[in-house]
Each structure stands twice: as structure tokens, then as C-alpha cells.
Design a binder for this molecule. Structure first.
Ligand SMILES: Cc1cc2nc3c(=O)[nH]c(=O)nc-3n(C[C@H](O)[C@H](O)[C@H](O)COP(=O)(O)OP(=O)(O)OC[C@H]3O[C@@H](n4cnc5c(N)ncnc54)[C@H](O)[C@@H]3O)c2cc1C
Length: 449
């Protein structure tokens, strides 16, 4: 069968994209290496859209939760992944959880029922030089293709491991304790939020890092190399009580104006400082510089809330280090997920730097719709940024700060802020606005066949 588009990868993103294109009448070849005798270290089956770890799509609450809202929006787009999840659902309170085998079989059955979608069990080793292509090979992209992508993107724009530092919502940082400054007041602007510690606070914090519960690397991640600047903060702490004070927590050049005295009118250097840097152009998300960590999530929340100024911190993302192949998408991809240097190639799924089953499927859905518009000769209109789909897409394709780009879940920090709404009602206000705005966008999509 000649085909209109070649999708590489039959995981969550690839399957969703094939569905969106196939049901619009376009001919799709989807290449999946599992079933050829080859699998990534995390995959256990040859089934399409295998859930490699938890069986949860997280919260299904589309009123107060960003991922629940994403479920809602994907359902409005007749999502394959959401449809199969409904069929395979198992009880899980307010979360959407599934029987992973029933789910995978349902995905494959629905896709195989589309006459113009051909599922071919083959491994693709190089990026095609021509022809509309959608690469959705995931965080464990097979080596040969990963190298081919590295050659096309430049090796420093393709990561094989993530080193994720926690991200804090700006509005939950106490600026009566913290202050804005750049070290030695360099530059025009005060670019960092600084959290001051005195000696007692620092020693207690250091002990907490060393003693805190950590998650272990998976067997096949065992050789995860610690790159310079990506060493877990707790590993640095174990190297000596002062290692951090000469590293990510060094106080030099940071006068704390809250500690100003007659003797020190500009304030004094604290004993140690935790710095946060802006993580997105909206300024709603700030990442803890140098705090990539393997501490368990609950430990991170407990310990990082002992940092002065972060006592009430709410985290849009927590830290982690994993084997994870992903692109520096804000640099490499245009607003339609196309490689700027080879626009016949689109990327989708976790390889674009989104994080999670739902986010990967959602990016696959949008990549499928973009490709359908291109094939139909229609103008692609991006979903409004006030929607979960639009907020996620904007973040990946340009709103994120490229130099600190790390995988991101969908969260309300990616949405244009709503300042004139009380904090308690804010989440509902975000979802109400999104639901009001998505209708007009749905009308712009290439209709199904
Ligand atoms: C170990 C691990 C655990 C995770 N746990 C969770 C979790 O609990 N919850 C969560 O929300 N997210 C989790 N994720 C993150 C992420 O959501 C999943 O990886 C998700 O499956 C990503 O979807 P995807 O479609 O981008 O990639 P995948 O679902 O991985 O699909 C990519 C597909 O491409 C195929 N492929 C790869 N290379 C080639 C090639 N060269 N030629 C042909 N086919 C190829 C693969 O076999 C695979 O089927 C986890 C990731 C990892 C690595």
C-alpha cells in the first residue's frame, strides 16, 4: 500500500496519531519494532501502546485537575487512547486506571479495523530523507534511530537521560523571605529567586538530603552516567558537608536585603542559598537550580518545604533522573512539531519532552491532526493556549526556556495566568475557560471521513 504518512513507533503517541489520520481517510504505514523479536528494556509485550509501568492515566477530574482536563479535551477529539481506556477501565477512585492488557488489545483492535492503517512490525534505523514522517519512538528509542536523530539535530540537542529538578509555582514562593537578585548583581535584571539559609538551617537540610529516602535506578539504568551539572543533589551532599556550599547552594555575591542592617545596608550573604530560575516565558514556573534528585517524591515535598521561603511551596513537577531520549524541542521544532531543518519530519510523544502517558498521547493526537491538515491542504490552527492541549503544545514548541528544558507533565503553570480569580476558585476557573475556548477550535479540524 502506498501511504500518505509514515509513523515510526506503535506506542501511545504513534497509535493515537495513526487513529486521527486513519479515521480521516489518510493512508498510514505505522512501523513498530516490537514483534520482530526486539524490545526496549522496559517493554514486556509486543502489544501496541503498552503501558510500561503504572496502569494509571492519573486524575480524571476535569474540573480541578490539568491532566483530568486533558482527558476531557482528548475525548472531545475522539481520542483512541481515551476510548480504549474507557473500555479497559478498572476502579481507581478519581483516577482513570486500566487493565493494561485489555487496553493494549483494544488499541490494536480499533487501529487494525481502519482499512487504511497498515501496522508493520519492523525497526527503522534512519530518519527518512523525504515523505511525510511522524517519529513517535519514545524515551527508549532504539539506538540506531536515536543516533540518526542525533546526527539530524546535533548531539547536544538530543538527551539520553533526563535530570529533572523540581519546579515550583511562582505564586507559592514567600517573597517576604526570598528575594530577587543575580549573583554579584551582574546583568540588567535580577534573574533568580534566592532562598536564604543560616548555618543551622543548612546543616539540618544537608542531613535531610543524605538521610532522605531515594528511588533506585532500574537494572538497565544502572550505568546512568552522572554528567557534569547533572549529579543528583543528594550524591553531592554525600561528598562532604560543604560540597553544596561551593556548588549549587553557594551564597557568594548574594546580599540578602531582608537582612540589611546599619552596618550592612545592602544586607549580608546567607550561609547558603537555594536559587530558583524562571522555567517558562509566562514566569509562572521556577525550577530549583541544580536540584535534580532521586529522592522519593514524598521526601522531596517534605524536605524542600523546610527551605526558608518554600514552606508553602506547591510543585508543578518533582525531581528525577531517568533513561529518557528527548529533544530540545523549543530549539529544534516549529510550532507544528516539525524539525526546522527537515520539515517533512514531525516528532510526537515523550521524545518531544512532554512527560507521561496522557501527555504523550495528547502530543500524538495533535501531531496527527497537524499532519491531516497538511495533507488536506488546510491551514492548521493551534488549540488555544487556554486549553490543556494548547498549553502543552505551546510549552514544548517554544514557551519553555530552552537552556533548562526537561520533560514536563501538563499543569496549570503552563496556562496563561488568571490573576483576578481567588486562589481557591482558580483551578475551576482554568478548566471553565478551557472548556469554553476549545469548542471553536474543534470546528477548525479536518473532518473525519
Ligand atoms: C521505564 C519507564 C516507566 C514509565 N512509567 C510511566 C508511568 O508510570 N506513567 C506515565 O504516565 N508515564 C510513564 N513513563 C513515561 C511515558 O509516559 C511512557 O514512556 C510512554 O509510553 C511514552 O509514550 P510514547 O508514545 O512517546 O513512547 P512509547 O509508548 O515508548 O512508544 C514508542 C514505540 O516505538 C517503538 N520503537 C522505538 N524505536 C523504534 C524504531 N527504531 N523502529 C520502530 N519502532 C520503534 C517502541 O517499541 C515503542 O513501542 C515511563 C517511561 C519509562 C521509560
Amino acid at each position: 500500500m502506498t501511504y500518505d504518512v509514515h509513523i515510526i513507533g506503535g506506542g501511545l503517541a504513534g497509535s493515537e496519531a495513526a487513529w486521527q489520520l486513519g479515521r480521516r481517510g489518510f493512508k498510514v504505514r505505522m512501523s513498530e519494532m516490537r514483534g520482530t523479536g526486539e524490545r526496549s528494556p522496559a517493554h514486556q509485550t509486543d502489544g501496541l501502546a503498552e503501558l510500561v509501568c503504572s496502569n494509571s492515566f492519573r486524575s480524571d477530574d476535569d474540573e480541578k485537575n490539568a491532566v483530568g482536563l486533558l482527558h476531557h479535551e482528548m475525548r472531545r477529539c475522539d481520542s483512541l487512547i481515551m476510548g480504549a481506556a474507557a473500555k479497559a477501565e478498572v476502579p481507581a477512585g478519581s483516577a482513570l486506571a486500566v487493565d493494561r492488557d485489555v487496553f493494549s488489545v483494544e488499541v490494536e483492535a480499533r487501529l487494525s479495523a481502519l482499512p487504511n492503517v497498515e501496522i508493520v512490525r519492523e525497526r527503522i534505523d534512519t530518519l527518512p530523507e523525504s515523505g511525510l514522517t511522524l517519529v513517535a519512538t519514545g524515551p527508549l528509542t532504539a539506538e540506531a534511530l536515536a543516533s540518526s536523530i542525533g546526527r539530524a539535530t546535533g548531539s547536544d540537542s538530543l538527551a539520553f537521560f533526563d535530570a529533572i529538578a523540581p519546579i515550583v509555582y511562582r505564586e507559592t514562593i514567600d517573597m517576604d523571605v526570598c528575594w530577587m537578585a543575580s549573583r554579584w548583581d551582574k546583568g540588567e535584571t535580577k534573574d533568580y529567586i534566592n532562598c536564604p539559609m543560616d548555618k543551622q538551617q543548612y546543616l539540618a537540610f544537608h542531613q535531610g538530603l543524605v538521610e532522605g529516602e531515594k528511588t533506585a535506578f532500574k537494572e538497565w539504568e544502572a550505568n546512568t552516567p552522572y554528567f557534569d551539572g547533572c549529579m543528583p543533589i543528594e550524591v553531592m551532599a554525600e561528598r562532604g558537608v560543604d560540597t553544596l556550599r561551593f556548588g549549587p547552594m553557594k551564597p557568594v555575591g548574594l546580599d540578602n536585603p531582608h537582612w540589611a542592617t546599619a552596618e550592612h545596608p545592602n544586607g549580608r550573604w546567607p550561609y547558603a542559598v537555594v536559587q530558583l530560575r524562571q522555567d517558562n516565558k509566562l514566569g509562572t514556573l521556577w525550577n530549583m537550580v541544580g536540584f535534580q534528585t532521586k529522592l522519593k517524591h514524598a521526601e522531596q515535598v517534605r524536605l524542600f518545604r523546610t527551605i526558608p521561603g518554600l514552606e508553602k511551596a506547591e510543585f508543578a513537577r518533582l525531581g528525577g533522573l531517568h533513561r529518557n531520549t528527548f529533544l530540545n524541542s523549543p530549539v529544534l521544532l516549529d510550532r507544528q512539531l516539525r524539525l526546522k531543518t527537515a520539515p517533512h519530519i514531525r516528532f510526537a510523544g515523550q521524545i518531544t519532552g512532554c512527560e507521561g502517558y496522557v501527555e504523550s498521547s495528547a502530543v500524538g493526537l495533535m501531531a496527527g491532526l497537524m499532519t491531516a491538515a497538511e495533507l488536506a491542504g488546510r491551514e492548521w490552527q493551534a488549540p488555544p493556549r487556554t486549553t490543556a492541549l494548547g498549553a502543552l503544545l505551546s510549552h514544548i514548541t517554544g514557551d519553555a526556556e530552552a537552556d533548562s528544558y526537561q520533560p514536563m507533565n501538563v499543569n496549570f503553570g503552563l496556562f496563561p495566568p488568571l490573576h483576578d480569580v481567588k486562589k481557591k476558585q482558580r483551578k475551576e476557573a482554568y478548566t471553565e475557560r478551557a472548556k469554553a475556548d476549545i469548542g471553536s477550535w474543534l470546528a477548525t479540524l479536518t473532518p473525519a471521513a
